[in-house]
Write a protein that binds this ligand. Structure first.
Ligand SMILES: C[S@@+](CC[C@H](N)C(=O)[O-])C[C@H]1O[C@@H](n2cnc3c(N)ncnc32)[C@H](O)[C@@H]1O
Length: 182
């Protein structure tokens, strides 16, 4: 986990660099970890979807050019970039600072992809055609209660691994699950 790496770097700095600046640098590193640690409690830590599952998710999503695609917690941005390749207008929200920096840097090479630093619970998904998600079990239930009811009819939700409780899945392929809003 990237936050664990930053915390280890902060402690290594304090251990090996005896200067007042080491406290400043370690403090900055620890501050950068805060948003990621905050979201880890409530949603899911940064673990990327493997390429094979990503391909299955893309097949289930069947993205058409011009569609609006969002990845809720985009990690390194891989699903956002893959959607942008299909000529979608693709956005990823991310709150872990290191993951956001990686995704933002990679987005320079992926025209059409937008990486935003923000909490996905506080965004509007009214006009979204495809939503990708890879959460923990309880977060998926929160998603079912808080975001699913606000989606437009026809919106496709493709989840990695986790399922909703009361909404039947439309299709499954390996670890990827497709839901379509009626
Ligand atoms: C399991 S990872 C999935 C990453 C990516 N979607 C993928 O499938 O490869 C979940 C990501 O969601 C991010 N996340 C968790 N809660 C979030 C929130 N409330 N707002 C934005 N990002 C969040 C985490 O930092 C993490 O990078």
């Amino acid at each position: 986990m990237l936050e664990a790496l930053l915390i280890a770097c902060a402690f290594a700095l304090l251990q090996w660099w005896s200067s007042p600046w080491s406290y400043v640098a370690a403090g900055i590193l620890l501050l950068l970890c805060l948003p990621g640690v905050f979201v880890m409690r409530g949603a899911a830590p940064f673990v990327s979807t493997p390429r094979s599952t990503m391909q299955a998710m893309l097949r289930l999503a069947a993205i058409r050019p011009g569609e609006r695609v969002v990845d809720l917690g985009c990690g390194d941005g891989r699903l956002v970039f893959a959607a942008a390749k299909e000529e979608a207008s693709a956005t990823g929200y991310e709150m872990s600072v290191p993951a956001y920096i990686i995704a933002k840097a990679r987005s320079l090479f992926h025209p059409g992809a937008r990486i935003c630093f923000g909490n996905f619970w506080h965004q509007n998904y009214d006009d979204v055609d495809v939503l990708f998600c890879y959460f923990l079990k309880d977060t998926m239930l929160d998603f079912e209660a808080r975001i699913w009811p606000s989606l437009k009819p026809g919106c496709r939700v493709v989840s990695h691994a986790f399922t909703m409780k009361d909404v039947p899945a439309e299709k499954k392929e390996g670890d990827a699950v497709l839901y379509v809003k009626k």
